[in-house]
Design a protein around this ligand. Sequence first.
Ligand SMILES: Cc1ncc(COP(=O)(O)O)c(C=O)c1O
Length: 321
Amino acid sequence: MNVRFRDLIEQTYEFPTEEFSLDQSDLLFHGLNLTELVARYGSPLKFTYLPKISDNIGRAKDWFASAMEKYNYKGKYFYCYCTKSSHFRYVLDEALKNDIHIETSSAFDIKIVEQLKQEGMIDKHTYVICNGFKRDAYIENIANLINGGQHNCIPILDNFEELGLLSNSIKNRFKVGIRIASEEEPKFEFYTSRLGIGYQNIVPFFDKHLKDNPKVELKMLHFFINTGIRDTAYYWNELLKCLKVYVSLKKRCPSLDSLNIGGGFPTKNSLSFEYDYQYMVDEIVNQINLACEEAGVEVPNIFTEFGSFTVGESGGAIYKV
Ligand SMILES: Cc1ncc(COP(=O)(O)O)c(C=O)c1O
């Protein structure tokens, strides 16, 4: 009779997995013997397995490359690392081995970018996408970065006021993006999103403040669903609404050439995790392609800002019971 706990586990999960295996009674994580790690360093213990960071960046790039080839997609793909998901030096050093770009969310992040630039880890062509609510110090740091020659720094307007604040501090013409405020999933009782500009307000905002503004060039539409990239009617519906805005704006604004779909890839958080990344990427690329083809506009370059996905599967915590 199968009555042991071990039997239950064996019936429930496929084991070994891609990351976990056993060496007799020792648990291995990507071939690293965790029992030996604990014997050496004691526990509780947090560890980071850096190769998994490059591995996940590579996987995402491959999924997009394969989808773009499948649908004969004419735009390019850019992987941005979202610094807020881990500021640790060793994590950034590893991520930056993979020809990536950076997404920031605070004044402190820009200091990190400046430091990376000084050390030659990134250059003036690296995209620096600045999201988040912009208080004085953040505006000032973004302006310094752009004034210092980071021509691919794109502040993403999160509200109407930020345009004026940035224009006052940046000397020359600069690029901007606009964040669309996605609508909350219907199960939410209150509208709580304070990030971005509502769908209906984007084209009027462009017409009024950007169209004839010699100082700014609209390059990017930013779209982030805080429930993540999931195969749900809600996600696809929000993506389609976003694509409608992209198409209307693109017809008015030829310089707009990028769509940023934010972060939101899930990470493996249990042994029974199942998620078809390639299918989701295929479908996103396909939807963007179809919407642009139907409207007769050029497809955008696609940017992502995967945070958890970049770092979440590289680390572990071992507890002492
Ligand atoms: C603008 C933006 N981009 C990227 C991310 C990263 O999301 P994730 O860790 O789900 O990939 C977040 C997370 O809140 C975000 O707000």
